[in-house]
Each structure stands twice: as structure tokens, then as C-alpha cells.
Design a protein around this ligand. Structure first.
Ligand code: HXC
Length: 510
């Protein structure tokens, strides 16, 4: 009996070594952790339960039958993050470069099926040379099996991808279908075709970092949601993110103990809005001043900075925040910000996360590049996302809410539950100057008359009261009491129940 127990221990020890010490050392030399070290950092201590440690590939081509490492290049199982269950797979680059074989895919699919069945998030740590070249179509089939599961799990359990090495070819499409993608600076890459193929086909010379590094995907393409310095930081941030999220679409997000008075007054907010309506201010100041303990978890911080998206807590409850940022492009909506915010709103709605919208928007960004790029369809994504969302929606207009952008930003007309405005709000079809130049075109040569018309327009519309008279604004609130008013609003909406008409699925303008 003792011998058998020892045999098991020996087998486990070999499996844990993956592709062997030499390759582990080479992984470390690149500043990367191994698949198992990553899981240890991601999960609570001693909480990992592994599946399929001894599963091996079945390939017999190219001499593969002679090397059958236990586990086949991916470590899979489940564990906890701050006591809450998650499923995880972590590709082991030391085994055939973490490449995906038929059996490697089967291991991933097994934990994805369990995650959906048991209602817990899936976290995928990607570090792989792509399809296992020796296996051919069996490997491609494996990828597609994973893709299909990503699609079925979407909106059922949160899916998070961490890119910690190469991720090329069709392999990028599994992460692309998950809810969040985190990358590590200088050691992770995502591209459909690598630099060599790019050079052959287009004659472009580009480095892997420029083509698909963390900076490219968080600043230019918006494929990734966050870029971190190293493996340790990225995994710590995944833990922080998971703490905001429900385990599945039937559960409410977790409620954390909080040590911040929900009725806390912040007098500094009364002077946040500058006297000059064209002077920018930092909307993040309002967000952090409202949030429990000033804690804000930003998503896509480096992309389309004219809109801010992320999570905060109010009375310990997760709230998704969407806010125009007057510091960038005056807070205009454009193609990139509409796409960014629309995806975030839809994520929140999938997972019952209430949405707080902070509005200071002078309209949609004009111009040929926007129109040629399809701002109509992209702007409609955000409009559509807000309009279909059935989660609690609380909106605060701090300053400008002009034109179509007023409608889009979770207005009363898109089923906003609480629509508040600060006394500094200006709710109108457009700014006073632009409006005057259109409706008083005949007076354009007369500066005095134009100034008077502009002043008249401002007096009439540069305030929240016209909208409040109609009930489009439920209440004009004091800036200093925003946290209290918004916390109470969300508290009153905890049992909100709204259903959209039955449909197979909607047809959001993609
Ligand atoms: C089998 C692979 C492999 C692969 C790497 N290895 N990629 N084995 N299939 N796809 C093995 C290597 O043979 C090597 O084995 C070990 O992994 C480490 O690889 P190195 O090249 O030494 O490492 P490095 O220099 O860091 O380069 C990593 C790499 C490179 C950039 C990922 O290996 C590479 O370009 N691999 C091929 C990538 C690729 O073209 N994949 C197919 C993409 S198409 P030893 O024994 O020496 O340690 C695709 C289609 C998916 O994925 C479609 C889905 C729909």
C-alpha cells in the first residue's frame, strides 16, 4: 500500500514539473512565472483543486508518442478568491510551448462546462504558441470547442482572460469573447498574424510589441482592458476585479463590509464645476469622492479617455460607473467612447450590476472621420445598451447634457430610474452660441444683438429647471449631498424588476 501511495506522489511530482526544470528556468529568465505559480498567486492559499493532472495527448505523428508529459500543457481546476469559487485554466509554456492539442482543449472545456453548470466565473491564463502544430486539424477542432463554450458561457458566468505570453492566430479569439482581458507589459502579445507574416504580406516591418503588445491593445485597439507591470500585479488585479462581480447571472454581486458613512457630505463638490462652462474639471474627482472609501476600479483606463468606465461600491454594493470626462475632448461622445461604454453597460446588465451615469457631455464629436467611421452605428450601440438595460439606473447631470448625447446618457426616456441634476446642469439641444447662430442667422453681422440672443438662450436653457418642470429630471440636488442621494436611490431600487418583451435575442447595431 505504502508503495502505491509513494507512486502517486512520484507521478504528481513529475507532472508538477511540466516540461522540466530547464524550461522552467527559461520561463523565469523571461520574467514569467510558471502555470502553477500563477494559479497559486491567483487563488486563496491551498484552495486549488486540480483536474486531469495525468491527462496526456493521443498524437502519434512526428514521434509525439515518445513524449507524453502528464497534463499536456495546461493546468486546470477550481479554487477560491476571497472565499468565492472560480474555475481556472493556466497554460504551461514549458510543455510544447503551451500549444493547444485536442486533449489540452478537452481539459479547458471540462472546467468551462463545470463553471456554467455550477455557476462560477472562468479565469483563463493564456501563455501559448497556439495550435499544436503536430496535431493539425484536431487542434483547430479543439479551439473551436473552446470558442463555442465561450459563447454559451457569455452572460451566464463572468469570463476573464489574462494574457501572460504569446497568444497568436485563432487563439486570440477565445480571449476576445470573454468579458475582460488583462495583459502583462513586455511579455504578452496578441495578434491574428505575427510580425513575420505581416512583413511577407504587407511589407510592413513591425515588432511583436508594436503589433500586439499590452500598450497597443490598451491604448490603440481596445482589445485589452488593462495592462500591468508583471505577472504578480496582473493576478492581484484579477482578484480585485473578481471581488466586484457576481459568480453568475442569477446571483447578485457580493456585498462587502464598508466603513464609510453612506450619508457622507462632501462640501468640496459644491465648487467642482468651474465658473466658465468651457473650463474642464476632472470627473474622476466626483467618482472617488462618491465611492465607498474612495475606491474606484477603472476598466479601459488608457482608451477613449473621454469616457470613464469602472466599478465602485456604494454601501458595500457593486455599482458600474459610466462618466463623461470633460478633461478629454470636452467629454464628447465619439466612436471609441461609445463602443467602450456600450460594452461596459451590457456587461453590467448581464450580471445585475446597477449603473451610475455621470453626465457632462457637449454632444457627439463632429467631423468626417467620425461620420466615415460610422459614428451613427457606434453611437447607437450605447443608446441601445442603455435602453435595453433593466438593472437599476441612476443618472446625475453635473453640467452639460446637450442634444442626442443627453438622450443617450441614461436619460429618463431610456428608463432611467433616478435622474438627478446639479444646479449647474445645462440641458439643451446645443450650446447657447451654436443655437443662436442657427436661430438668429439674420443677425449674425450684429455682435450686440447676437450677444443678447446668446444671453437669452442661456437664461432660458442653461439650467436644469426646464427639464425638471417636465419631470425629465426627478430632482435638482446639491453637489455636496450626491453620495447620500445616489446611495439612497440605489438602496430603493434593490428589488427592481423589469422584463423586456420576449425575443430570441436583440439585434444591437454591431
Ligand atoms: C507545438 C510548439 C508550438 C506549437 C511552440 N512550440 N509553439 N510546439 N506547437 N504551436 C514549442 C517549441 O517547439 C519549443 O519546444 C517550445 O514550444 C518553446 O518554443 P520556442 O520557439 O523555443 O520559444 P520562444 O522562442 O519563446 O517562441 C515562442 C513562440 C514560437 C513565439 C510561440 O514558438 C512560435 O512562433 N511558435 C509557433 C507559433 C505558431 O505559428 N502557432 C500556430 C498559430 S496558428 P522545445 O521542445 O524546444 O522546448 C493557430 C491557429 C489557431 O494557432 C486557430 C484556431 C481557430
Amino acid at each position: 500500500m505504502k508503495d502505491i501511495l509513494q507512486q502517486l506522489e512520484d507521478r504528481r511530482a513529475v507532472a508538477r514539473l511540466g516540461g522540466g526544470q530547464r524550461r522552467i528556468d527559461s520561463q523565469h529568465a523571461k520574467g514569467k512565472l510558471t502555470a502553477r505559480e500563477r494559479i497559486e498567486l491567483l487563488l486563496d492559499e491551498d484552495s486549488f483543486e486540480e483536474f486531469d493532472m495525468f491527462k496526456a495527448h493521443r498524437c502519434t505523428d512526428f514521434g509525439m508518442e515518445k513524449q507524453k508529459p502528464a497534463g499536456d500543457g495546461v493546468v486546470t481546476g477550481w479554487g477560491t478568491i476571497n472565499g468565492r469559487m472560480v474555475y481556472v485554466f493556466s497554460q504551461d509554456f514549458t510543455v510544447f510551448g503551451g500549444s493547444l492539442s485536442e486533449t489540452h482543449a478537452e481539459k479547458i472545456c471540462k472546467i468551462m462546462d463545470m463553471a456554467v453548470q455550477n455557476g462560477a466565473p472562468v479565469i483563463g491564463i493564456n501563455d501559448s504558441g497556439g495550435a499544436r502544430i503536430q496535431e493539425g486539424v484536431a487542434s483547430l477542432a479543439g479551439y473551436a470547442e473552446v470558442f463555442q463554450r465561450n459563447i454559451m458561457a457569455s452572460g451566464v458566468v463572468p469570463q476573464i482572460s489574462v494574457i501572460m505570453g504569446p497568444c497568436a492566430g485563432g487563439a486570440v479569439y477565445s480571449p476576445a469573447m470573454t468579458d475582460f482581458i488583462f495583459m502583462v507589459k513586455d511579455s504578452s502579445y496578441m495578434f491574428v498574424t505575427g510580425p513575420d507574416v505581416v512583413k511577407t504580406v504587407t511589407n510592413e516591418v513591425v515588432t511583436a510589441e508594436e503589433l500586439g503588445g499590452a500598450s497597443t491593445h490598451t491604448k490603440k485597439s481596445s482589445v485589452a482592458d488593462g495592462a500591468f507591470e508583471n505577472d504578480v500585479e496582473a493576478l492581484a488585479e484579477v482578484r480585485r476585479l473578481v471581488d466586484f462581480l457576481p459568480l453568475n447571472n442569477k446571483e447578485k454581486p457580493p456585498v462587502r463590509p464598508f466603513f464609510d458613512e453612506p450619508g457622507r457630505i462632501d462640501d468640496s463638490l459644491d465648487t467642482l464645476i468651474p465658473d466658465n462652462a468651457n473650463t474642464p474639471y476632472d470627473m474622476k474627482e466626483l467618482i472617488t469622492k462618491m465611492a465607498d472609501e474612495g475606491d474606484f476600479y477603472e476598466i479601459q483606463e488608457d482608451y477613449a479617455k473621454n469616457i470613464i468606465t469602472g466599478f465602485m461600491r456604494l454601501e458595500g454594493q457593486t455599482v458600474g460607473v459610466v462618466a463623461n470626462q470633460p478633461m478629454v475632448l470636452a467629454g464628447c461622445l465619439d466612436i471609441d467612447s461609445s463602443r467602450k461604454a456600450a460594452r461596459f453597460v451590457r456587461f453590467c446588465d448581464c450580471f445585475e450590476i446597477p449603473i451610475l451615469t455621470l453626465v457632462d457631455v457637449p454632444g457627439f464629436l463632429p467631423g468626417t472621420s467620425q461620420e466615415y467611421g460610422g459614428v451613427i452605428k457606434h453611437g447607437a450601440k450605447l443608446l441601445f445598451a442603455y435602453g435595453e438595460a433593466t438593472v437599476p439606473k441612476v443618472t446625475v447631470i453635473t453640467r452639460k447634457a446637450y442634444g442626442g448625447a443627453y438622450d443617450v446618457m441614461a436619460s429618463k426616456h431610456l428608463r432611467g430610474d433616478f435622474n438627478y441634476a446639479w444646479p449647474t446642469a445645462e440641458i439643451a439641444v446645443m450650446g447657447a452660441k451654436g443655437a443662436t447662430e442657427i436661430i438668429h442667422r439674420a443677425d449674425l453681422g450684429d455682435a450686440e444683438k447676437i450677444a443678447q440672443h446668446t444671453q437669452d438662450y442661456e437664461d432660458r436653457f442653461a439650467n436644469p429647471f426646464v427639464a425638471a418642470e417636465r419631470g425629465f429630471i426627478d430632482e435638482v440636488i446639491m453637489p455636496h449631498s450626491t453620495r447620500r442621494r445616489v446611495s439612497r436611490a440605489f438602496a430603493s431600487l434593490r428589488n427592481k424588476s423589469v422584463k423586456n418583451p420576449w425575443k430570441k435575442h436583440d439585434n444591437i447595431p454591431l
